[in-house]
Each structure stands twice: as structure tokens, then as C-alpha cells.
Design a protein. Structure first.
Length: 155
């Protein structure tokens, strides 16, 4: 069963924080592809910048992922990745309400992510805000895709 993460982090309104949010957005796919591929559990991941009501600048960063398995083991995989820790440190640095105390270990990372996750379970292990058209894991999908052999096209 897939699970959602909808991480919502309002950010500071100074020029440095605004520029950092834009940079994170622009480099997101390039920056996460290797780690997400290595995890073998992430179906989808995207980032969006929520605009300020005035239309000028960014109010918040929204990270949306769909992954296999429970939340904390998922977070544990990424906490072990130095690139993820660096990206998280960047988000924490521009967060309007940064983690307090500052995140220095997996438990602190889990607490911050879970506190700012808008997706909540309807019951343990069952997301209340995610529709699934299929129940296969990323590994099962990739395994099946490798087994498919397309017929030769005649010219």
C-alpha cells in the first residue's frame, strides 16, 4: 500500500529565503532523482511553491511524495543520505518556524516532517487522503516492466 507525504513549510519572507526556495524548486528533480531511484519505494515526488496571497513571492514550500511502506522507515532511508540532510537543512534554514530544537538526528527529522505533514492516516497504515488505482509497489512495477518484451515492429 502506498502512503502520502504532503510536507507544508511556510517560509521566511526575506530575499535570501525567497531566492533559496526558487533555487530548490528549479533544481528539485535533478537533485532528488538519484536518491529516489536508489530507494526503490517512491512512486512520485514533486515540489510546489505556494504563492503569497499578494501574488508576490513564495509563502510556503509544498513537497508531495507517494511511497511504499510506513512513514518513519521511509524517512529513515532519506535521513541516512547526506544529500537529503543537506536539502533538509536548507528547508529548515528558510522555514518561518524552524525546528526547535534544531534537527540533529533521525528522531528530530521524523518529528519535524510528521508535524508538518498535511496527510494524516484515517487509521494506522491506511491513508485517509490517497486514492490508489493499483496496489503494486514500485519494486513490483519495475520488476514487471523489465519482464515485458515488446514485439518487433515490421517495417
Amino acid at each position: 500500500m502506498a502512503n502520502p507525504l504532503t510536507l507544508y513549510v511556510p517560509i521566511k519572507q526575506d530575499a535570501v529565503s525567497q531566492a533559496a526556495a526558487q533555487l530548490a524548486y528549479q533544481n528539485f528533480v535533478k537533485g532528488v532523482t538519484s536518491g529516489l531511484d536508489e530507494s526503490g519505494i517512491v512512486h512520485y515526488a514533486r515540489v510546489a511553491l505556494i504563492p503569497n496571497p499578494s501574488g508576490q513571492g513564495t509563502y510556503a514550500i509544498l513537497l508531495i511524495t507517494t511511497f511504499d511502506g510506513p512513514m518513519n522507515p521511509y524517512l529513515g532511508f532519506f535521513w541516512k543520505n547526506p544529500g537529503t540532510q543537506q536539502a533538509f537543512a536548507g528547508i529548515a534554514a528558510i522555514a518561518l518556524t524552524p525546528p526547535n530544537p534544531p534537527v540533529k538526528d533521525l528522531t528530530g527529522f521524523e518529528n519535524f516532517i510528521n508535524k508538518n505533514n498535511l496527510s494524516k492516516s484515517a487509521s494506522p497504515g491506511k491513508p485517509g487522503d490517497l486514492y490508489e488505482a493499483y496496489t503494486k509497489t514500485v519494486k513490483e512495477i519495475n520488476s514487471t516492466a523489465k519482464e515485458l518484451v515488446l514485439p518487433k515492429q515490421s517495417v
